[in-house]
Write a protein that binds this ligand. Structure first.
Ligand SMILES: [Mg+2]
Length: 302
């Protein structure tokens, strides 16, 4: 029996390109059968992915940006059906993290490629008392950020600071903030520290090829990287990044923990952003689901 591929298309994603022709060109000669559903509103991608998995799809593909990929993952976790990614958004950070080519035809070729690999990737699982369902994330949950301004990174900053610019851009977008008291419960151990922002990272990638907050943040090590930043100036960021890479530890500016599960409370309560979406306010509990999603990736990638 031939493979069936279902593609969830977010037509409102950032790229202006014809999708169906390209998919037909790549999929048709391989003998797979394929179907497409189009999202209209928030929540459609999750539902369509889940229905496609239940309906027997062998691979469910997200065409869109990180928001669409996250929704499709929310529909696929627990089904065992692999995720394919066609980077069609303005932000395609997760696809970059797993080495997916950034053009539609090349990315589609990976989905039907004979030498493609199914890679098990960790998924973040986030719960709050007032939510009906847990939410899953692939990149990171941040607290204390202004959701609207997370991506404020201009070219000047990139030219000046190179690879660190995205991180600096994200952090400088935060309005002048005084540190607040955070209480972390990390795999049962309680830690109280002050900070202005906290990042719980599944993937370290900040959005451009090869750029990662730290090279040793892994999406398949079964651990969350919890980073609490005390100071937002450049010097402390620099020492913070060094501390993550184990060159230099400066506990006054930056704390870095690894855990399978972390609960975060803060006084006063801080806003939460999960994979770029507003998720209310602290407290929050985040777990890692090791290897919870299978992702179709290029062969030869580690
Ligand atoms: Mg990890």
């Amino acid at each position: 029996m031939s493979k069936h591929i279902h593609v969830v298309v977010n037509p409102a994603s950032g790229q202006n390109e014809p999708v169906l022709n390209a998919l037909n060109e790549v999929f048709q000669p391989t003998g797979v059968t394929w179907s497409v559903s189009v999202t209209k509103t928030h929540g459609d991608a999750r539902r369509q992915a889940s229905e496609a998995a239940e309906g027997g799809a062998d691979i469910v593909v997200a065409y869109g940006g990180d928001g669409t990929v996250m929704e499709v993952v929310n529909g696929l976790v627990g089904t065992g059906v692999p995720l394919g990614i066609l980077p069609g958004g303005t932000g395609n950070v997760f696809s970059i993290e797993v080495g997916i080519p950034q053009t539609l035809v090349e990315a589609a070729q990976i989905i039907v490629g004979d030498d493609s690999l199914i890679r098990q990737v960790d998924v973040g699982h986030c719960e709050k008392k007032d939510w009906e369902h847990a939410k899953h994330f692939l990149l990171r949950v941040a607290t204390g950020f202004d959701a609207q301004r997370i991506n404020l990174t201009d070219r000047k900053l990139r030219d000046k600071y190179g690879k660190m610019a995205y991180f600096i851009g994200a952090l400088r977008a935060i309005p002048e903030t005084k540190p607040v008291k955070y209480t972390f419960t990390l795999d049962g151990e309680v830690v109280e520290i002050e900070g202005v922002t906290c990042l719980v990272e599944n993937a370290g990638n900040m959005g451009i090829q090869g750029l990662s907050l730290a090279p040793d943040i892994s999406i398949s090590d079964g651990l969350l990287d919890v980073i609490c930043v005390y100071n937002l100036d450049f010097a402390s960021l620099s020492s913070a990044i060094k501390s993550i890479t184990n060159i230099d530890q400066d506990p006054e500016n930056f704390h870095h923990f690894r855990a399978r599960e972390v609960s975060i409370a803060s006084d006063p309560s801080q806003s939460i952003v999960g994979d770029g979406e507003k998720w209310g306010k602290t407290p929050v509990t985040i777990k890692l689901l090791p290897g919870a999603i299978d992702v179709v990736t290029p062969g030869g990638e580690s």
